[in-house]
Write a protein that binds this ligand. Structure first.
Ligand code: GAR
Length: 218
């Protein structure tokens, strides 16, 4: 049985695109759902024959009614895994509980550093020497939850927000499909708040896939 992935986006959708292009065996992208009707990623999904839906948050009076409508739309596609890919809405505890263990997110920083917005600019201002991205299971707190995979990039003195975000994004496109692949293969489990991946013992095995050179990924 193929596992159904439902991917949520708010804009460009390049991480969604990376997951679609990865064509993960045993998984199919059952739907791409956006909270903004003008999300650019919807066109890519449609051109690949993937069902799309829009649940426009502006049409709802509050967070809770939006999340309820969103969950109804998601559940219409029988999701095994709900993948937040640049989905820029804070979710209610009820929503997160409903998808406990089958809701993942990608965040453009090495969590727990720099949760929230403007991560690259804040990393530069903090003077960190390494920066990166994190894929994690979603729990009730913003940008929190058991970490599945991280990618690290060096920060150079000449970096600005644009160059740093571009370098991180290239790696996001590698680690997000990898995390989804592990989950689809049934290789992840959460043990005392930490994610164990069957067959992956070290961070190096976890994130050095393929080589982390500048040109890798798309
Ligand atoms: C990505 O960098 C993703 O990590 C970030 O938004 C961007 C979406 O790009 N997500 C967050 O900041 C969530 N807190 P994309 O639409 O091209 O995938």
């Amino acid at each position: 049985m193929q596992k159904n992935l439902v991917i949520l986006i708010s804009g460009r959708g390049s991480n969604m695109e990376a997951i679609v292009r990865a064509a993960i065996p045993g998984a199919r992208v059952a739907a791409v759902i956006a909270n903004r009707p003008d999300s650019a990623g919807l066109a890519f999904a449609e051109s690949h024959g993937i069902p799309t839906a829009v649940v426009d948050h502006k049409l709802f009076a509050d967070r809770s009614s939006f999340d309820k409508a969103l969950a109804e739309t998601i559940d219409g596609f029988s999701p095994d895994l709900v993948v937040l890919a640049g989905f820029m809405r804070v979710l209610t505890g009820e929503f997160v509980d409903h998808y406990a263990g089958r809701l993942i997110n990608i965040h453009p920083s090495l969590l727990p550093s720099f949760p929230g917005l403007h991560t690259h600019q804040r990393a530069l201002e903090a003077g960190v020497r390494v920066h990166g991205a994190t894929v994690h299971y979603v729990t009730a707190d913003l940008d929190c939850g058991p970490i599945i995979i991280q990618a690290v990039v060096p920060v150079s003195d000449t970096d600005d927000e644009k160059s740093l975000s571009a370098r991180v994004l290239r790696l996001e496109h590698q680690i997000y499909p990898q995390a989804v692949r592990w989950i689809v293969e049934g290789r992840t489990r959460i043990d005392a708040g930490r994610v164990k991946v069957e067959g992956v013992r070290t961070a190096e095995e976890g994130w050095t896939l393929p080589p982390l050179d500048e040109g890798a990924g798309s």
